[in-house]
Write a protein that binds this ligand. Structure first.
Ligand code: H2B
Length: 101
């Protein structure tokens, strides 16, 4: 079983990410993205999907046109783990160029 982050590890790691917030009532983090249009949003989602498949670690996400909401948690651990942090770092990088606001 993968190690669930302690609250200390959690806050250290979260401080190094961009715009991720804790989800109320659940050990998970969430970030909202807004892109110029659907094409930019879906291009971003495609890059994240390829990484997720490689990592065998998948986001929970919701897309409407140019908006993407992403929630990360490790189902197997029922909480936040290093895998979520690793994927969040990739997502931050992938979203950096394309993001509008
Ligand atoms: N993604 C996430 N977010 N949490 C998991 O525990 C998880 C996953 N487990 N992707 C993987 C797939 C598992 O179901 C497969 C069988 O390896």
């Amino acid at each position: 079983m993968i190690h669930k982050l302690t609250s200390e590890e959690r806050s250290t790691q979260l401080a190094q990410l961009h715009g991720w917030v804790a989800v109320a009532g659940r050990d998970a983090i969430q970030r909202h993205f807004k892109f110029a249009d659907f094409n930019e949003a879906f291009g971003f989602m495609t890059r994240v999907a390829i990484k997720a498949q490689e990592m065998d670690h998948h986001p929970e996400w919701f897309n409407v046109y140019n908006k993407v909401e992403i929630t990360l948690s490790t189902h197997e651990a029922n909480g936040l783990t290093e895998r979520d942090i690793k994927l969040a770092r990739f997502i931050d990088q992938a979203g950096k160029d394309a993001q509008k606001g």
